[in-house]
Ligand binder design. Structure first.
Ligand code: GLC
Length: 437
């Protein structure tokens, strides 16, 4: 082979090597490129929000969808919790105590803020709304969101205990809506005798937060009180308290309330009332749209009024309500605030209320034409909400309520006499307030 031929052959080999290397390189590059995720559209931020099961339905059907449509980058994951408020509180509490909150938004009952804020579980929202913006909400609802002067919870909806009665049955039997506890007893007995109903009056007697809310109303109706938040005076061992318990016990003894009433929470009482078995019910305004639904046997048959009282005392509903805060450990506080702004806005609240019949926390909505045309009693409800009785707004509320619930339940189920139960409740409450007050 001549020298020139040898050089040509080498060049050929080199070229084919280059080709092979080129191909290899191209294949490698392709593999690398394929393994890099394509420009995936950004995953939405998910905000977890735990609430009671009855609350979850109107949220899911209405305002959550509206919010997500307007904010495609944020998803709200509603986690349905138990029906009763204190079980829900326990779930939040254990999640926060474990230190890695799975929740971004905190849906809080009006009585929780002092405890949650004092424990450091919430972001301070004091500078998020101007004074004028806050003034659109009912002052009592805003107060319920403060702790030591700072704001931690923005009201989403208010609540106030109300008294439901069967308008159709009362009219039919020639009765006016009851004004006093004695009226409730008298009318109940008469409607039962006429076999119009199985039961007269339904109330929530299980040992849980709802019994404390129910009891402050009966207590006020008898002229008594639980704890005065300014002086921390405890009124549980006063004669008015014992009279209030005696009334509740009598409703069971006389067959006006079912014996199971001492185990009922709101939903138990609503189901019995809505099935047409009872004349009266103490509950919250969420019952109204459910009892008036197309498929409800009570559609168009019920009336609503403030809680009854003894002559000379004015009846009042307990102030309830729910609002949103942001968990301090949330990784998405910016998105959480966006959600709060939306859920507490006038438009979102209007939709929410039209769907669920909840009590507005924005005062303008009580007289909003669209709302009033669906719920004509709302202007009246504003008066009830304004006069509503606050459960004591003290940092030790959870423990104080626990004491009342335990002893009230013991008295209602005949495990203690009302007198000894309330003496014990009063002295434990005084101890509690002295220890931490
Ligand atoms: C309602 C009220 C809440 C109250 C609870 C008691 O959800 O809004 O404030 O604590 O009932 O069961």
């Amino acid at each position: 082979m001549s020298k020139i031929q040898k050089i040509k052959q080498k060049l050929k080999k080199l070229r084919s090597l280059k080709w092979r290397t080129g191909i290899l390189f191209a294949v490698l590059l392709g593999m690398i490129l394929l393994s890099i995720p394509k420009a995936i559209p950004q995953e939405p931020v998910v905000l977890n929000l735990l609430m009671t099961a009855p609350d979850a339905q109107p949220w899911k059907q209405g305002i959550v969808k509206d919010f997500e449509e307007k904010n495609p980058g944020i998803r709200i994951n509603i986690v349905e919790g138990p029906n009763s408020t204190n079980l829900l509180e326990d779930l939040y509490t254990s999640a926060f105590i474990l230190g890695d909150s799975p929740y971004d938004l905190v849906n809080m009952d009006v009585i929780w803020t002092p405890k949650f804020a004092a424990a450091g579980w919430l972001l301070d929202l004091s500078d998020r709304l101007t004074k004028t913006e806050l003034a659109a909400f009912s002052p009592k609802d805003v107060e319920g969101g403060r702790y030591e002067g700072k704001l931690y919870r923005i009201p989403v909806r208010s609540d106030a205990g109300v008294f439901y009665y069967r308008e159709d049955l009362l009219k039919g039997a020639g009765f006016k809506p009851p004004e006093t506890f004695a009226d409730v007893v008298k009318i109940s007995k008469s409607l039962k005798e006429q076999q119009k109903v199985n039961w007269g009056y339904l109330w929530q007697g299980r040992q849980y937060e709802g019994s404390a809310a129910m009891f402050v109303e009966v207590l006020q109706g008898f002229g008594g009180f639980w704890v005065k938040p300014d002086t921390l005076e405890v009124g549980l061992d006063k004669p008015e308290t014992v009279k209030a318990i005696a009334f509740l016990k009598d409703t069971i003894k006389e067959g006006i309330s079912p014996p199971g009433v001492t185990t009922y929470i709101e939903e138990d009482t609503r189901r019995i009332f809505q099935s047409g078995q009872a004349a009266f019910l103490r509950s919250w305004p969420y019952v109204w749209p459910l009892a008036n639904a197309q498929d409800s046997p009570l559609k168009g048959k019920i009336g609503i009024k403030p809680m009854v009282a003894t002559p000379g005392n004015s009846g009042g509903g307990c102030l309830g309500g729910w609002g949103l805060g942001i968990a301090k450990l949330s990784k998405h506080p910016k998105e959480a605030w966006k959600a709060i702004q939306f859920f507490t806005s006038e438009e979102a609240q209007r939709q929410f209320i039209l769907k669920a019949g909840f009590v507005p926390s924005r005062r303008s909505l009580f007289i909003d034409p669209q709302i009033v045309s669906k719920y004509p009693y709302y202007p009246e409800l504003l008066k009830i909400a304004d006069k509503a009785i606050l459960r004591p707004s003290i940092a030790q509320y959870a423990q104080a309520s626990d004491i009342l619930q335990r002893y009230l339940s013991a008295a209602l189920t005949n495990r203690m006499t009302p007198e000894s139960a309330m003496q014990a409740a009063a002295s434990e409450t005084r101890q509690l307030l002295k220890a931490k007050g």
